[in-house]
Design a protein around this ligand. Sequence first.
Ligand code: CO8
Length: 258
Amino acid sequence: MNNLLMEVENEIAVVTINRPKALNALNTETIVELNECLKDIEARDDIKVVILTGSGQKSFVAGADISEMVHQNPAEGRAFGLKAKEAFGRLENMRQVTIAAVNGFALGGGCEISMSCDFRVASDNAKFAQPETGLGIIPGFGGTQRLPRLVNKGIAKEMIYTCDMISAQRAYEIGLVNHVVSQDELIDFCKKIAAKIIDKGSYAVSIAKQAINMGLDMDLNNGLTLEANLFGLTMSTNDKKEGMTAFLEKRGRTLTDF
Ligand code: CO8
């Protein structure tokens, strides 16, 4: 991979977008590589959590690559958007948990890729924005859809219409990020959250992820039916037997399903 780095340790993969000269902007090659990398991860049982970050101290991802987009015609722009839809959709719905460790600028496509992760942790120097309307385009990697679902509609509209950059603290206040920590602590902090998640039933976590993601696209009644069905499914697992028996026998548990 030319534009990605990956390290795996203790069932956690740290995937780093690595185009420092362009502040880790996403070009087609990077998006295709990310999609392939995530496909490989999905097939691996030794990775339970993916932490996505950007290389360097300054930028997570400074957006889609403007030097590439400037030459795109409408058909090419659409094709670019669809490639990203596939990669970002995979990030959003893969069975592994995904955490964005936002270590600097998360602008345009950078904010959008972070929103495709299960949740976001920011370093205190992080900055978020959707600057697209200032470039004469609109957010095309999910910003008009995921941002209003994550924060409220009015806040999303103000961010998209004004292109204002917001601080990590403001991102925390509007619920865009779960935690703000120092840059030095960022990856270790995310790894600690990952370790807590890995300690739980990994299959159950992935089913809970499915229930939340699919349920949010349904009305409440259908969402509750989906939950009941998936809950029923978890009653058939070895982890359910082990988790509940261990509790009743007052002993430690070993959960292994994935
Ligand atoms: N694309 C390409 N190159 C970039 C990008 C980018 N998004 N961002 C930064 N770079 C490059 C710069 O051109 C510069 O390159 P060079 O050294 O060769 O001149 C290098 O990175 C360093 O950048 P700066 O010198 O500008 O660094 P500063 O510290 O002065 O500024 C900023 C940092 C504020 C992050 C500034 O670089 C900036 O404003 N970048 C652009 C941010 C932006 O507008 N992002 C949104 C892009 S649009 C988008 O993401 C749309 C997503 C949906 C697409 C849907 C398609 C279907």
